[in-house]
Design a protein around this ligand. Structure first.
Ligand code: SME
Length: 165
């Protein structure tokens, strides 16, 4: 119970910090870059956090702002964890990337991965990609928090400024 409460409080604080980091008057890339850096440095056991922009016509995801080692620059829809997320348009928690068919190993230390789609209105805009160097890194609490971050970024991208409070 206490542990659950602590996790809740921890994520509440992180959530508040992300809100205060975002300035809707800035270009979206500035906000995305800072949120990515924040997640990378504040959450433990992450080795890569970044954005892949989705080109809906070419059906390809292109590397955007990130923190971590040099990464794959181009991922076709349907390929790897990122491309599968672009096709399914749903967040995915991969507890062991080695069991995911077609996983693309940009960084060989990655062991688990969480991806969430970002939307501009109803249109797919990008994939938020988070890698960990440990298996089973993302708990249900982590997923709820990260899906909240993805929702916040989608609101920002969609310019629904009232949703950012
Ligand atoms: N592992 C991803 C590729 C991107 S890197 O993790 C940065 C995938 O399978 O799509």
């Amino acid at each position: 119970m206490h542990e659950k409460y602590n996790v809740f409080m921890e994520y509440k604080i992180l959530n508040n910090q992300i809100h205060s980091l975002i300035d809707p008057a800035l270009p979206i890339i500035s906000n995305l870059s800072n949120v990515i850096a924040f997640l990378f440095h504040e959450l433990p056991n992450l080795n890569w956090v970044g954005i892949y922009y989705c080109d809906l016509e070419q059906k390809v995801c292109y590397l955007g702002p990130f923190q971590g080692r040099v990464a794959c620059t181009k991922i076709p829809f349907g390929k790897g964890v990122v491309g599968t997320c672009a096709t399914k348009k749903k967040s995915m928690n991969i507890e062991n990337v080695h069991t995911f068919p077609g996983h693309i190993a940009c960084d060989s230390t990655s062991k688990s991965e969480f991806v969430a789609p970002l939307f501009q209105g109803h249109k797919l805009y990008a994939i938020l990609d988070i890698d960990s160097d440990i298996y089973h890194r993302f708990s249900l609490d982590d997923i709820v928090f990260l899906e909240g971050v993805a929702h916040l970024l989608s609101c920002l991208i969609s310019n629904e400024q009232n949703s950012i409070s």
